[in-house]
Structures are given as structure tokens and as C-alpha cells.
Design a protein around this ligand. Structure first.
Ligand SMILES: C[S@@+](CC[C@H](N)C(=O)[O-])C[C@H]1O[C@@H](n2cnc3c(N)ncnc32)[C@H](O)[C@@H]1O
Length: 744
């Protein structure tokens, strides 16, 4: 939702079509043995390219990857796989039930994938391409180290885009890196590491850790643990490994190590601290607080523990009562890049249930009555990829993933999101279900979620989940909204963003153009509020695509919904648009022209007679609808009424201008009692909130400003409604006064 879709860009479309043809040609050779080139030639070519590679840190570089048709990750235990040699492989085929034992014959190269030439035990050579191996935030360490042994399970051989052949590994769980002492390494490939003792491995591990080589550090500490360490050495190795896991984002493994350390005799205070850090990383704040409470009472001078305890208590409070310091969150988002904030998810009175919308699968429902503006959830992104919206491709390396099966393209941050998601699930299987349970269309995922004790991550499943469940997002709604942004809004794609993320619970919300909830962002936090009063057991809905800019946009909206999410919307607004005959659309077009000519923005001054004429034209337009505004909001009519309210005000007609502004709200389905400037002095009471269109807040602010001049008795009530509308759109009302000033 709201993400840039590069698949309509002609250059990319052309590239995709070309590659599709290449793929189809390659698939014709499926099952055939490849024409192998001599080993020296293949190694020479790879090394030559590596040596003559342009320094990519100095150049703008686009890496393209064409995703092959989906193939499943290996879920067969290693003991049931049989070894094959490179020469046994056939083209465009996944070799189920087989594995390759390989040694890295060259240093690695890095493009969209991590690559190296690898050889088997009879010295056959091939290019190995590993995808999604790296966490985008982490210091880049060597993954395919020359001389190291790797196992590729159920290998997939394909023609490489650059010519020749390659083993393509899309599933991180299909490759195993063997530590130097692993007994599966053939004797003639074995090298004897310099480190022989636990103490030496600890020193080696620490050296790697200090250079942010966390994989290597973890491996060294693991080797040390296999060298009969003393109790003291074991405690240090385990705690250091736990720390390296924390740094690598493997909170599950960090927790396992910390738990072992806590139970070891003579455990130091670092053990519960590591445990608390891992629990914090997994957002298990209550357990984290429990551990830290004991630690801080036993070691009152442990400052890092006290600091973490303070943060964990704050997160627990957010998670429990949904109260956030939004101003502080804005300050954090302004400072941090990427804007990944240190806050907890609050789940309000909502639950996932079968949707009431035909074909809608599951949806999110209220479990208690809520009022307009109430918080439904404030969710921390499970994964979030940031791009500076003012210059989204201002990075040296841009990745474009082109899926020729689904015709889906992702670029920059969207491609990065996939890497982030794969790494997070691979490193933290305890968190997987939140993502793998999300809607994935007709994709059939594999059953087991682990094999040989290791998590299985299906990157093709995630590739299906991402386009269906991802939200494009600004740095903050406050900084991007046309009303509060310091940069002018782009004319097209006004709510499309390059930054994006996955908010799993929010993903259960189905689409309706006549939505009843709104989302706003502060960094990687999404705030969802009720846009109207909702009784308990109401299905929450919002718009997947922006509201139509013009009456004819109905078909375009349906096309977008069908293309991206596979359904047609049948809300009141869409049914009204569908049932509107062409002749009525023609009438509306003519009326729009008439109104525009009478009071349009191109006219510097407008006489009150023209505004009255325009008002009549708008009334004729409003009479063309079959359904009430409550059922089918009339966005275009409302927009025109806002324009006329301003015109009446400029003509010195406050009563008429208030009537028009209230009319603009009524056209969106608002039902407001009192509040006009004639008759009794009754402040407006909103009985029903309507569609939360972009101009709703402006309307209320307009009403407040007019009231200040001619009817101060209504200012407080109007400002209260303005604040509620602001809270719904911007997610919070702490910045309301700064944006729109105080009421008096
Ligand atoms: C982000 S998911 C929403 C949660 C999803 N309903 C589920 O069961 O997990 C988007 C998918 O929900 C379904 N969906 C959402 N809104 C719908 C609507 N108004 N009518 C029919 N299907 C809808 C479509 O299958 C769409 O691809």
C-alpha cells in the first residue's frame, strides 16, 4: 500500500520482457546437461572480473536480479540427502534429495548476491550465488571465504544472466557453512587452524568481534567451546557468543546462550544482563523487566542494567496502556537514520477474525466500542527499509528485483525489505509465525519450519507476502502531509513512498474506500486510529489506494486493486460509481466546468452572485447520487463546497461560508447537529463522523477561524473536533497547536 510501483516504468518493463524471453529460452533446456568450460578458464574469468571491477563505492550502481520461478527450500534432513558432484547437475532444475559439498576456490564478489567460484572434490568448478545472506545494517563481512567448505542443499542450476552457469541459492537455509574443524570436510581440504585451545579461540573471537565480524566471532567462540574449556572459560565464551548474537540480530540464539550462562555455576551479573538484552530485542518486555528487577536489586551499581531497566519499563507501559510521548517520538525520528525508534507495540481493542467482506479472508475487528480518534493500535514495524524521500536513489548501490513469474518489481528500499525480512526470520525463528501467517495469495508454502534443528526460510513465500502486505511510509506523516510538510507535495503519486515496512497486525485490515480507520507514521511506528465511532465487533477498514482525484477514477481504482491485491472493491462508494451511467458523468463534468468557471482558483476575485450560482450547480450535482453520503461519500462535491466556503468568506458572507463548510463535511457522511450561525447559539455536535478525506481538518480549522471572528461561542467545540480530526490523520494531537495555533 502506498509504495512506488516501478513495474510501469518503460525501461524496466522492457528489461523484464527481455529477461522473460531469456528465461523461456533457458527453460527449454531444462533437464539438459550444460556445456562445461575448462576449470582454469572459468576461474580466470571470475578473477579477472573481480580484479578489474570498478570501485563501486565511488559510482552509482544498479544491480538487477531476475527472480526465477519459485522452487521450495530444502526440508529434508541432511542424513537423507545424497551427495552429487557438479558434473551430475542438469539445467534449470532443483536437484531434490541431493546436496553438493563445495570449497570456495576464489575470494568473494558482491553484487545483488554474494558470489564466488566453488569447486567440488573432483575439482569441477562453478559459480555460486547466495541471495539474502546479509543484514543490510551490518558491517559487511566475508561470507564465502576462500578455502572454506560449504554445503548446498537441493542445488538449483541455472544459466547465469552474464553467460555461463550458476548455482543459485535463494533460500538462506539451503546453505551450510562448515567450521574449519567440521568432520564433514574431506581430509584433503582440511587445514589445521592455528588456535588449539579455548583461550586461543576466545582471543580470535574477540578480534573478529572488535572488527564487527560477528559471524566469524560466533564461529570462533563455538570452536572454543568444543576445546574442553574450564568453567570460567566456558562462561566467558558463552557470554561473548551471546553478545555476538545480539549484535548480529540473532536474539533467539543470544537468549539460549544467556540462559545457559545464567544457570552455570558462578554466573556473573553479565549473564542475566545478556538475557535481558535478548528479551528486549525480542520485544518480550515483561520478562525483560522481571530479569532486570532482580539484577538491579542484587547489583544496584550496575549502570547499564539500570538504563536498560528504565527503557524496558517505559516499553512495558506503552505496550500495556497505549500511551506514548509522541513529541519525543518525533524528535527521535528527526535524528535517527534509519528512523527505527525504540518503542513498543500497543494492541488496542482489536482482534483478527474471519472478514465480513465477501472474499476478504481474515480481517481486523474491534472487540469493544471505540470513539472517533481512539487509538486502535500503535505498531512497531517488524521490518522497515528507509529511503530518503527527497532523494530516494541517493545511494551508491540500488537493487532492482524483477520477478518474472508474478511480474512484480521491487526497487531500492523494497528490495532491501526482503533481505531484512529473510535475515530476521532466519535469525529469530520464534518470530516467524507473525509473518508467515500473513496473506500470501495462492502460494503453497512448505510445511516444516525447521530441519536438523535449523529454521527453514522460504524466500519465495516472503516475496509473495511483501507486495500484498507492505506499506509505503513517509519519515513521519507530519513531515510529509501537504498541510504540515515544509517541502511542496509532488503533483503525482502524492501518497506514494519509497520507504516501506511490514506491520503484521495492521496487515489484517481489509480495504474499503469508505474506510473507518486511518494510519499515520512516526519513523517505523504506525499509529492506527478509529476515524469514526465504531461499535464492538465492527470490521476495521481503510483505503489501499488513494482516494479518486476525479469521478472517472473508479475504473482505475479497481484496476489497481485487482492488479496488486486480486479483488474488486464493492463498498458503497464503488457501487455508487459503478451504477452511475455515462450520461450522469457527462452532466457532472459540465457542472464541474460551470462551477470552476464561476468560482475556480484561477479567478482572483469572485462576486457573491457567482458563488450563489455555483452553489446551485453543486446542489444539482449532489442530486445526481442514488445513495446517501453516509453510504457513498461524495468526495468531489465536498471538495467544491470547500472552495465555495472560502469564496463566501472572501465576499464577507460568514453565515453562507459556514453553511458551505458544514455542507462539505455532510457530503462526506458527517452528521452534525447545531453549529450554524442562524437561530439558536448551539455549538456543533458531531453525531456521526464521515469519511476522513484530506481536507476534513482544513474544514474544521476554517470553521474555527470564521467562528473566532463572528461566533466565539462555537470556537471551543469546533476546535475540539478539529483536534480529533487532526489526531485521526496525523496519529497524535500533541503537535496540533504548533501546526494550527491555539483556538483563542
Ligand atoms: C493485506 S491483506 C488483508 C488481510 C487478508 N484479508 C487476510 O486474510 O490476511 C490483503 C488481501 O486481503 C483481501 N482483501 C482486502 N480487502 C478486500 C476487499 N475489500 N474485498 C475482497 N478482498 C479483500 C485480498 O485478498 C487482499 O489481497
Amino acid at each position: 500500500m502506498d509504495t512506488h510501483d516501478p513495474s510501469d516504468i518503460p525501461e524496466f518493463l522492457e528489461m523484464s520482457m527481455k529477461q522473460k524471453k531469456n528465461l523461456q529460452a533457458a527453460l527449454l533446456r531444462k533437464g539438459q546437461p550444460p556445456q562445461w568450460h575448462p576449470r582454469q578458464m572459468m576461474l580466470g574469468q571470475f578473477l579477472w572480473k573481480l580484479q578489474h571491477k570498478v570501485d563501486r563505492s565511488q559510482n552509482f550502481n544498479i544491480g538487477t536480479s531476475f527472480v526465477p520461478p519459485p522452487y521450495p527450500p530444502c526440508v529434508t534432513p541432511f542424513s537423507e540427502l545424497t551427495k552429487v558432484m557438479i558434473r551430475d547437475l542438469v539445467l534449470e532444475t532443483q536437484h531434490r534429495g541431493k546436496y553438493l559439498l563445495l570449497r570456495c576456490a576464489t575470494p568473494q564478489d558482491r553484487m545483488t548476491a554474494v558470489m564466488a567460484m566453488v569447486e567440488d572434490e573432483v575439482d569441477e568448478t562453478i559459480l555460486l550465488q547466495l541471495y539474502h545472506q546479509e543484514h543490510p545494517d551490518q558491517a559487511r563481512e566475508e561470507i564465502l571465504i576462500q578455502g572454506r567448505t560449504v554445503i548446498v542443499k537441493e542445488p538449483y542450476l541455472k544459466e547465469a544472466a552474464t553467460g555461463g552457469y550458476a548455482l543459485r541459492v535463494d533460500h538462506v537455509s539451503d546453505v551450510e557453512f562448515l567450521a574449519p574443524t567440521n568432520e564433514r570436510i574431506p581430509r584433503r581440504w582440511r587445514t589445521s587452524p592455528a588456535e588449539k585451545t579455548a583461550a586461543a579461540w576466545k582471543i580470535a573471537g574477540n578480534a573478529h568481534f572488535n572488527k564487527s565480524r560477528h559471524r566469524a566471532a560466533i564461529e570462533a567462540y563455538t570452536e572454543g567451546l568444543g576445546c574442553s574449556p574450564t568453567d570460567e572459560e566456558r562462561q566467558i565464551l558463552i557470554l561473548n557468543r551471546s553478545m555476538a548474537h545480539l549484535k548480529a540480530g540473532s536474539f533467539d540464539k543470544a537468549l539460549v546462550d544467556a540462559d545457559v550462562a545464567v544457570l552455570s555455576p558462578g554466573a556473573s551479573e553479565k549473564a542475566p544482563f545478556r538475557k535481558a538484552q535478548a528479551l528486549y530485542g525480542l520485544a518480550r518486555f515483561r520478562e525483560c523487566c522481571d530479569v532486570l528487577k532482580v539484577l538491579c536489586s542484587e547489583h544496584p551499581s550496575n549502570t547499564p542494567a539500570k538504563d536498560l531497566f528504565r527503557r524496558a519499563v517505559a516499553r512495558l507501559a506503552e505496550e500495556t496502556n497505549g500511551r506514548y510521548d509522541f513529541k519525543a517520538m518525533h524528535a527521535e525520528a528527526a535524528k535517527l537514520r534509519p528512523p527505527h525508534l525504540d518503542h513498543a507495540t500497543f494492541v488496542g481493542p482489536v482482534a483478527v477474525r474471519p472478514s465480513g467482506i465477501s472474499g476478504g479472508g481474515r480481517g481486523l475487528f474491534t472487540t469493544a466500542a471505540v470513539s472517533a480518534g481512539d487509538i486502535l493500535l500503535c505498531e512497531k514495524a517488524f521490518a522497515h527499509a528507509y529511503a530518503d524521500e527527497s532523494n530516494p536513489l541517493n545511494t551508491r548501490n540500488v537493487t532492482i528485483l524483477i520477478d518474472t513469474t508474478t511480474d512484480n518489481m521491487s526497487m531500492g528500499a523494497q528490495a532491501e525489505l526482503l533481505d531484512r525480512l529473510v535475515r530476521k526470520l532466519h535469525q529469530n525463528p520464534s518470530l516467524s509465525k507473525a509473518i508467515t501467517d500473513l496473506h500470501h495469495g495462492d502460494y503453497n508454502p512448505v510445511e516444516p519450519t525447521s530441519v536438523d534443528g535449523f529454521p527453514v526460510v522460504d524466500s519465495f513465500l516472503l516475496r509473495r507476502i511483501i507486495p500484498l502486505n507492505t506499506f509505503g511510509c513517509p519519515l513521519t506523516t507530519l513531515s510529509s502531509h501537504p498541510r504540515t510538510s515544509s517541502t511542496p507535495a509532488p503533483k503525482d503519486n502524492k501518497s506514494m513512498f519509497h520507504s516501506c515496512g511490514i506491520w503484521p497486525l495492521a496487515s489484517y485490515i481489509n480495504h474499503s474506500c469508505t474506510s473507518n480507520a486511518c494510519r499515520a507514521f512516526i519513523g517505523d511506528m504506525m499509529i492506527v486510529r478509529a476515524a469514526r465511532s465504531l461499535p464492538a465487533d465492527t470490521e476495521i477498514t481503510w483505503r489501499y489506494v488513494p482516494p479518486p482525484a476525479e469521478p472517472t477514477a473508479y475504473l482505475e481504482r479497481q484496476r489497481l486493486l485487482r492488479k496488486s491485491w486480486g479483488f474488486m472493491c464493492r463498498c458503497g462508494e464503488c457501487r455508487e460509481a459503478r451504477d452511475t451511467p455515462g450520461s450522469v458523468l457527462e452532466t457532472r463534468k459540465a457542472l464541474w466546468k460551470e462551477v470552476w468557471e464561476l468560482v475556480g482558483a484561477q479567478r482572483s476575485t469572485v462576486g457573491v452572485e457567482s458563488v450563489r450560482k455555483a452553489e446551485k450547480a453543486v446542489a444539482r450535482w449532489a442530486a445526481t447520487y442514488k445513495r446517501s453520503p453516509g453510504e457513498a461519500p461524495r468526495l468531489e462535491v465536498s471538495n467544491l463546497q470547500v472552495m465555495m466556503a472560502a469564496r463566501y468568506r472572501a465576499c464577507g458572507e460568514p453565515v453562507e461560508s459556514v453553511k458551505m463548510a458544514m455542507g462539505a463535511l455532510n457530503s462526506l457522511g458527517f452528521f452534525i447537529e447545531g453549529g450554524d450561525l442562524q437561530g439558536e447559539e448551539k455549538p456543533p455536535v458531531v453525531k456521526e463522523w464521515g469519511l476522513m478525506a484530506d481536507h476534513v481538518v482544513d474544514c474544521w480549522i476554517f470553521l474555527r477561524d470564521v467562528s473566532q471572528l463572528v461566533a466565539p461561542w462555537r470556537v471551543d467545540a469546533v476546535e475540539k473536533h478539529a483536534k480529533t480530526a487532526y489526531k485521526i490523520c496525523w496519529g497524535e494531537d500533541e503537535t496540533f497547536e504548533k501546526t494550527f495555533g491555539g483556538g483563542k
